[in-house]
Design a protein around this ligand. Sequence first.
Ligand SMILES: Cc1cc2nc3c(=O)[nH]c(=O)nc-3n(C[C@H](O)[C@H](O)[C@H](O)COP(=O)(O)OP(=O)(O)OC[C@H]3O[C@@H](n4cnc5c(N)ncnc54)[C@H](O)[C@@H]3O)c2cc1C
Length: 432
Amino acid sequence: MSEAAAVAEVNADVALTGMESGSDSEQTGPAFTLELNQDQKDIRDWVHGFAEGVVRPAAAEWDEREETPWPVIEEAAKIGLYSFEAMGQFWADETGLTLPIANEELFWGDAGIGMAIMGTSLAVAAIFGQGTPEQMGEWIPQCFGTPDDVKLGAFCASEPDAGSDVSGIRTTAKYDEAKDEWVINGQKAWATNGGIANVHVVIASVDRELGSRGHAAFVIPPNTPGCEQGAKVKKHGLRASHTADVHLDDCRVPGACLLGGKEKLDERLARVREGKKAKSQAAMQTFEASRPTVGAQALGIARAAYEYALDYSKERVQFGKPIVENQAIAFALADMKMEIDAARLLVWRAAWMGRTGQTFENAEGSMSKLKAGEVAVWTTERAIQILGGNGYTREFPVERMHRDSKIYTIFEGTSEIQRLVISRAISGVHIK
Ligand SMILES: Cc1cc2nc3c(=O)[nH]c(=O)nc-3n(C[C@H](O)[C@H](O)[C@H](O)COP(=O)(O)OP(=O)(O)OC[C@H]3O[C@@H](n4cnc5c(N)ncnc54)[C@H](O)[C@@H]3O)c2cc1C
C-alpha cells in the first residue's frame, strides 16, 4: 500500500521562474505556470464539445436503462476520442495535465457514460505499465477495437474477499511448463466492463505465501474458454457503466500473456524470497498511475452540479427574488466553486508529479483522489439542496450526479485507505 514508494524515482527540482533569485545561475527547469498551452486548450474544447453535444443529451436515458451505451462509445470512436491514439495523445503531454483535463470534461458531460468510455483505460494502464513493448503493441489496440467494431478492456483486481486489502486475492495462476501456458482459477468482483470486454487484465497470485508480493498481471485474450461473466451488479450510480463479477475456471492463457514476461517475474519472486524488497505490487502500480485521473473524473461531476445549481439559483424565484440573492445560497455556491478549484489544483499537481517523475513524498496522488472524490459528493449534495424538491427528482440531473459521485469515495482506494496512505507517508509510522 506504500504509495510514496511505488511511483517515481527521480526527484527533480521545481524551478520557479519570474522571481528575483539574486543568483546569476541559468534557469534550468520549465517555467511554473498554470496557463494551459494551445494543445491543452484544443483538447479540452474538443472533449467538452463531445460531452456537451453527445454525452449529456444521452445521460438520463442510459442511466435509466442501466446498459452499456454502445452507440455513444461508437460515436466517441468515430471522432477518435475512444482510441489508443487519443489516450496516447492525452498521456504524451509532458506536463501531465491533458489526461485530467480530458477526463474532467468528459465526466462533466456524464459520469456513467464517461466511465463506459474511460473504463478501458484501467486495463490499458496495466498493460502499458507492466507489459513489454510487444505486449503493448498486441493488446492495447485490441482493448479499443476499431470505430466500426468497438471493443472494451477490463481490469480485474478486486475479489469478494479482497477489496481494499489486495493481499487477500485468492485467484491463482499456475504455470504449465509442458504447454507454456498459465492456468488461472478464481472469481473477480465488481470489474468495470467485466465479461463484456474483449481483453481482460487479471491480477492473480502465483505464490500465495508471498501475499501481494506474489501477484502478477495476466492478459486474458478475447474469447478464452474459462473466462465468463458472473452476476452483473445493479448500482446506485454510474449506471451506464457495466460492472460484473468475472469467473475464471481453468482458464488457460499462453505464457506470453504474463505481463512483463516470465523472466522478469522469476527475478522479482527470487528477490522477494531472499527477503529483498520487491519494487511494488502489480495491482498497486496500476492504481498509482490512475489516481489523479480518477480525481479529475470526480471533478467533472462536481463542476457539472455546481454550474447547474448556479444557473438554477439565478432563475428560481422565491419570496419575490432569485434564490441566489440569499447569502445562504450564494455562500454555498462560493464554497462549492472554491472546493472544486482547490481539488483541481491537487489533481493537477499529482498528475504533473507523476508525469515528470517527482517522488510522491506525501502521497500526493492519494490526496488528489481523496479530495476530489469528497468534494464531488459534498458539492452534488449541496446542488440538490439548492434545487430543493426539483433536485431530488429524476427530472433534474443533479440527483443523478449525486448518485454518480459517491463511487469516488470507494473505488480506486476508499477515502479511508487514501487517508491511511497519506498518514503513513507523512508520519513514517505504519498507521493501522
Ligand atoms: C462501480 C464499481 C466499479 C469498480 N470497478 C473495479 C474495477 O474495474 N476493477 C477492480 O479490480 N475493482 C473494481 N471495483 C472494486 C473497488 O475497487 C472496491 O470496491 C474498493 O477497492 C473497496 O473494496 P471493498 O468494496 O471490498 O470494501 P472493503 O475493503 O470491504 O471496505 C469496507 C469499508 O472498510 C473500510 N476499511 C477497510 N480497510 C480499512 C482500514 N485498514 N482502515 C480503515 N478503514 C478500512 C473501507 O474504507 C470501507 O469504508 C469497483 C467497484 C465498484 C463499486
